[in-house]
Design a protein around this ligand. Structure first.
Ligand SMILES: C[S@@+](CC[C@H](N)C(=O)[O-])C[C@H]1O[C@@H](n2cnc3c(N)ncnc32)[C@H](O)[C@@H]1O
Length: 861
């Protein structure tokens, strides 16, 4: 059954791998393993097909099958470029490795986790341990809690080892515009975002909060595209855009662009520096975790996906700039979905695209070279169905067997598998291979693409530069990766990539608008009629100048169309709220900038809201300038969406939610009704004036964690308390200086958000974030009297879990496969964000109460 593809039309589970959530404790998965048992993990078509394809050496065959039938090891990645990156690696190496090095389960030594030798700076890990050993030994239980905690707060991502590979070969840099064509559930997108903000390194200093580049995460499935929003919320970035398009028809979007050294702004089609085409596939590389694939697997699954895969790859290559790089990947081992797709794309590109030799990169990663030839099985039934000419070369009696006969053979008594060459092959069914496209009857030649077959030019195309990762080599899933680069000689001026030119263009446009605004302000006040007339004039002027602030009724340029009337032709209606940039003179925006002391590096034109009035109501998002160039298409109305967005992209989300309204308190002293979200701190902290940051010691911090809304008078005496008392009521950021507290050391400064109420203060972190942070620094949770880790399980989460379990059961009954990637992503993202939201709302309520209480207190005093 295809993985994430369109092959199973009408059956959602088939189409997208069955979007089924499961409980965080992994109970669902282990039950699946136990209930299915090894008896189910067999498929004679699979064995016959892959034996014939010759991608596994005969002496490795048994190991190949054995690994496919063994549970997949747990693996995870430590998020790069965060202040926590180095700390977690240090904890892994200096605490958990020794701690887990001498564990026995059922009399056997359990291997400790190992850093993946090819993943940069020990940030990728694998645990070759059976699930029940993980759950039933005290040491691994403790380790599991650490993993869950750090996963929930975004410092660790559970990700299958092989899935970590494609983004590494993309070499993403901060100025790159990156398209992740088939991104959901988003584990690779997370790596792309990390790479955009910092080189893949443990050094937090290299983190750039707002680089010039953009990551566009796209998925054709609307529900799955929304999962990307949750996933990206774990890695807050002003440079992220989530879209919901059919990647094979990825739209051309026009953006403003300025050539270096010129004073003019041009409009250009946005081209990508990097493209990831991790296409929907039959998924047989995931057999170790998606057990249902065993049951449904047939060579035809791959053949039926080949055309879509090719269309997506071709569109990716067309969208790439000259000199740009594209990585094509599948979690299928099938050459029809792999080499055949790449080969046809190379042919169609007529020499403008080449496969890149990556044999020198990540040398510790064991991989096989791509193959030059393969066998094609274009139908599920017998060849008769295709009316293949009876005289066709290579036809044998065996190949003529009917489908019923094949099934009969599949049920035939199993003989010893492996090793014995042809005698083993004789135990397996013959498959309805068709030697060449010309062998098909004329009416079928039209329907079945010729590109399924090798065409003799495979060696010349350099298909051996493709890479195939086989399960037995590193105890992983199976995977295929090809790295392609475009060299068509066009647009040499784009060799610096497009992002810099887009940012420069916005600078020029912004300057024009500022001049215009200054001129307007200087005018005398107008009476009503004159004002209306003037608005019309401004609209025309702005149109001519290319208003950089985006469209909206407020600046009079919106074309009134209802968003629900608009959609991709033939696609689902597009109903997302518009993304509108706030006028930089907006009162709320100005209060945010002055209260938090945001420097000029914070461009207030990049503050975005999700309403047509461009008014910050509950949340305000911050995006990079390049994202503004894209979302507004550089000018009002250019994007043909009522509010200026490039409609064709079907935008779902963008930027980082940075400010949340907190105006429930009625204190007239409250100067700014907004608080900085904890997600936005890494992005905003470097953009805030030093004098606006409060400073506290590690013992002050221990006090903050241990106490919920302590009175100001109870805060330990010292500089922090004095500073707090002199501070305005509202949201503040506090730098906690390195130091020692009860033998526990904080090695580097961390920044946390607080709320200063009239008579009290509070650390504005949700419970599990506080708990994880406390554990990391103090070795226990100071906010919990028992010191144990705290996990927030919200009502919504419990409900979602119950629903997910029911759904899983239902799907299992229907023999659908469960997409474990999706489950992993849900585990990484959705549950924790629901809980976090609830926690945040609860915090806001408490803050309001305390504030009011504080007001009363201050009146009393
Ligand atoms: C193999 S999964 C991608 C996994 C993802 N890259 C990750 O690492 O988490 C394939 C995805 O392609 C999506 N998809 C299927 N057809 C598509 C199309 N025509 N355009 C874009 N996405 C598509 C599916 O919804 C599915 O989420």
């Amino acid at each position: 059954m295809p993985r994430g593809g369109k092959g199973g039309r009408g059956r959602r589970g088939a189409k997208h791998g069955g979007g089924i959530a499961r409980s965080r404790d992994d109970g669902g998965r282990s039950n699946t393993w136990q209930s299915n048992g090894p008896a189910m993990q067999t498929n004679k078509y699979f064995e016959a097909y892959y034996w014939d394809q010759n991608i596994v050496n005969p002496d490795q065959w048994q190991a190949f099958l054995d690994h496919l039938r063994a549970p997949l090891p747990t693996s995870f990645r430590i998020t790069s470029g965060k202040p926590t990156t180095a700390i977690l690696i240090e904890q892994m190496q200096n605490f958990y490795l020794p701690y887990l090095s001498n564990v026995k389960f059922e009399g056997e030594q359990v291997p400790p986790p190992k850093a993946l030798p090819w993943y940069p700076e020990s940030m990728g890990w694998q645990i070759d341990v059976k699930k029940n050993a993980l759950r039933k030994t005290e040491q691994f239980q403790k380790f599991q809690q650490f993993l869950v905690h750090e996963t929930e707060v975004g410092n660790i991502s559970r990700q299958e080892t092989v899935s970590m590979i494609p983004p590494l070969f993309l070499n993403v840099e901060p100025h790159h515009i990156v398209l992740d064509m088939c991104a959901a559930p988003g584990s690779k997108t997370a790596q792309l975002i990390e790479a955009l903000h910092s080189p893949l390194t443990t050094m937090a200093e290299s983190y750039d909060p707002c680089p010039p580049g953009i990551v566009i995460a796209n998925d054709a499935d609307a529900k799955r595209a929304h999962m990307l929003v949750h996933q990206s919320a774990r890695l807050p970035s002003p440079n992220i855009v989530v879209a919901n398009c059919d990647a094979s028809r990825w739209p051309s979007v026009r953006v403003p662009w300025n050539a270096k050294g010129s004073e003019s702004v041009q409009e250009r089609t946005m081209k990508f520096d990097r493209v990831l085409a991790d296409v929907p596939c039959s998924g047989d590389g995931t057999l170790r975790k998606n057990l249902m694939i065993w049951k449904d697997w047939h060579p035809h699954n791959g053949s039926s996906l080949h055309p879509l895969q090719l269309r997506i790859l071709m569109r990716g290559l067309q969208s790439l700039r000259n000199g740009g790089r594209l990585v094509y990947s599948t979690c299928s081992l099938n050459p029809i979905e792999d080499e055949a797709v790449v080969a046809q794309a190379l042919r169609d590109c007529k020499g403008t695209v080449k496969l890149v030799d990556q044999s020198h990169a990540f040398p510790e990663l064991i991989r096989k070279k791509g193959v030059f030839t393969w066998k094609v099985c274009p139908t599920k039934g017998s060849k008769d169905k295709l009316n293949v000419a009876k005289t066709a070369e290579g036809e044998t009696e065996g190949e003529q067997k009917s489908e019923e006969k094949i099934e009969g053979e599949q049920k035939a008594e199993e003989k010893t598998e492996g090793g014995e060459g042809s005698s083993y092959r004789d135990t397996l069914p013959q498959l309805p291979y068709v030697e060449k496209h010309d062998d098909l009857a004329p009416e079928w030649r039209e329907k079945v693409p010729k590109s399924l077959w090798p065409q003799g030019d495979e060696e010349a195309l350099g298909l051996d530069k493709c890479m195939r990762i086989l399960p037995q080599d590193q105890n992983t899933g199976g995977f295929f990766v090809a790295v392609l680069e475009k060299d068509d000689g066009s647009e040499p001026e784009l060799s610096e990539g497009m992002a810099h030119g887009m940012v420069r263009a916005m600078g020029l446009k912004d300057a024009t608008v500022s001049k215009q605004e200054a001129a307007n302000t200087a005018k005398r006040p107008l009476n009503g009629d004159e004002e209306e007339e003037s608005n019309k004039r401004v609209k025309t002027d702005a149109d001519v100048a290319g208003d950089a602030n985006g469209a909206g009724p407020s600046n009079g340029v919106a074309v009134e169309k209802k968003p629900e009337d608009i959609g991709q032709p033939g696609g689902a209606p597009y109903r997302e709220d518009p993304m509108v940039y706030v006028d930089q003179n907006n009162e709320q925006s100005q209060s945010i900038v002055s209260f938090f002391g945001l420097t000029d590096k914070f461009d207030k034109r990049n503050l975005l809201v999700r309403n047509r009035d461009a008014n910050p109501l509950r949340s305000a998002y911050f995006t990079s300038t390049s994202v503004r160039a894209l979302i507004t298409c550089g000018g009002a109305g250019k994007g043909d969406h009522p509010y200026g967005n490039p409609l064709k992209m079907r935008l779902i989300n963008s930027g980082v939610r940075s400010f949340a309204r907190q105006d429930s308190g009625k204190d007239p002293q409250l100067k700014c009704k907004w608080r900085v979200t904890s997600d936005a701190i890494p992005v905003l902290r470097p953009l805030i004036e030093a004098k606006k940051i409060l400073h506290a010691s590690i013992s002050d911090f221990a006090f903050m964690i241990s106490n919920h809304y302590p009175k100001l008078s109870d805060v330990p005496e010292g500089d922090f308390r004095t500073a707090l008392q002199n501070e305005d009521i509202g949201s503040h950021l506090v730098d906690i200086a390195p130091g020692t507290y009860q033998d526990q050391k904080l090695e580097r400064t961390i920044c946390v958000p607080i709320w200063r109420a009239p008579a009290s203060m509070n650390l504005m972190l949700e419970r599990q974030e506080k708990s994880a942070l406390s554990y990391r620094i103090f070795g226990k949770d100071l906010s919990n009297p028992s010191g144990a880790r705290q996990f927030v399980v919200s009502k919504a989460q419990k409900q979602a879990q119950a629903q997910a379990n029911a759904k899983r059961q239902q799907k299992e009954e229907q023999s659908m496969k469960i997409d474990e990637d999706e489950l992993e992503a849900l585990e990484n993202a959705a549950a924790s964000t629901t809980a976090a939201k609830e926690e945040q709302e609860q915090q806001e309520e408490t803050a309001a109460q305390v504030e009011e209480e504080g007001q009363e207190l201050s009146v009393d005093v």
